[in-house]
Design a protein around this ligand. Structure first.
Ligand SMILES: NC(=O)c1ccc[n+]([C@@H]2O[C@H](COP(=O)([O-])OP(=O)(O)OC[C@H]3O[C@@H](n4cnc5c(N)ncnc54)[C@H](O)[C@@H]3O)[C@@H](O)[C@H]2O)c1
Length: 315
């Protein structure tokens, strides 16, 4: 709650039963946000639902909450979630798209079934929910929901991954879904700006059941796992809470990373060099010379976050 907007805000957090999603739900709850906590309690690969997980989780929240225990990966679920937020709490101010599963496999071994399930679960679910909620968010802006001052509370956050930005071995489906969440974020930010709804992307690093199951294949991965185990998801939640605060009403369209008390702003793909042939089409030889001379020194390295974030986290 805030003196600028006395009406309690309402947030839908997917994946709120565990890990980073639960940390975010707890943090927003302490900030006075009424929470719709959506989590079907599935295993890491999306199988085996367990509704007790989210029922138990919301006991840790300090404010009002409702739970949604079915999978969020369908248009119907998205509509039900939005109806729940509006019916129970009167509006919808924040969406945190955090639910995700993993079905890893190298590109030459991955199955179509795993691809489709992961894309639907980790990317389409965010689209369904954003599509279902944004009409209400636009309407709230038009009606100045809250104190009567200009409404600027709308927040959408896509919890992504460095796997979608750098790539990662064995994560074609997961990384592609997370890269898709980047595009979805940019387009949502553009389209919702006129309704004062922000949309951002966070690549988190935090200890959760996902980091617990990493089986290091070499010393570098073992070090990575040890570092990851030290980092509480509460740090991600603190930054989410900032992004959802009035202070961040002009922060939109950005890609952040959070690892402990380090917060990173990522660059976004833009042309960084140009080669041009003014009067005739390029020949292969001309391309070879120009690419070698102008592009190669600026190529993006083939590295993963293992190499890019190989320092001790600050916790
Ligand atoms: N932990 C990390 O270091 C890390 C790194 C990169 C990205 N992430 C991302 O952060 C987010 C949270 O990850 P985490 O590590 O806390 O994972 P987690 O497995 O602990 O939590 C994910 C939650 O989402 C729920 N969920 C998954 N699919 C669902 C569905 N269809 N419907 C309802 N609930 C569903 C699961 O039941 C689980 O409780 C994910 O988007 C993940 O990809 C985490």
């Amino acid at each position: 709650m805030s003196k600028n907007n006395p009406q309690p805000r309402v947030g839908i957090v997917t994946g709120a039963g565990r890990g980073i999603g639960l940390a975010i739900a707890k943090e927003l709850s302490t900030q006075g946000v009424s929470i719709v906590a959506a989590d079907n309690g599935c295993d890491i690969d999306g199988s085996q639902e367990n509704h007790i997980i989210v029922e138990e989780a919301v006991k840790q929240l300090s404010g009002p909450s409702r739970i949604y225990t079915r999978s969020v990966a369908s248009p119907k679920a998205a509509e039900e979630l939005v109806a729940m937020a509006i019916g129970e709490f009167g509006g919808i101010d924040m969406i945190i798209n955090c639910a995700a599963i993993l079905r890893d496999g190298l590109i030459f071994k991955g199955t179509s079934e795993d691809w489709e399930i992961v894309i639907k679960n980790n990317l389409s679910s965010a689209f369904y929910l954003t599509r279902a909620a944004t009409p209400m968010m636009r309407q709230q802006f038009k009606e100045n929901r809250g104190s009567g001052e200009a409404y600027n509370w709308g927040r959408i956050l896509n919890i992504g991954s460095t796997a979608g930005l750098y790539g990662n071995f064995g994560q074609a489906n997961y990384g592609s879904a997370k890269a898709g969440l980047f595009g979805l974020m940019r387009i949502t930010a553009l389209e919702m700006a006129r309704s004062n709804v922000t949309c951002n992307y966070i690549a988190p690093f935090a200890h959760s059941r996902v980091t617990d199951i990493i089986e290091p294949a070499n010393d570098q991965q073992a070090e990575y796992k040890n570092r990851a185990l030290k980092v509480s998801p509460s740090h991600v939640a603190r930054f989410v809470s900032y992004l959802c605060s009035p202070a961040a009403s002009d922060v939109t369209g950005q890609v952040f990373g959070v690892r402990g008390r380090e917060v990173f702003l990522f660059s976004q793909p833009r042309p960084i060099e140009t080669i041009v042939q003014m009067d005739q089409d390029w020949s292969i030889d001309e391309f070879t010379v120009a690419v070698d001379k102008t592009f190669k020194k600026k190529f993006t390295k083939l590295e993963t976050d293992l190499e890019a974030f190989n320092t001790e986290p600050i916790i």
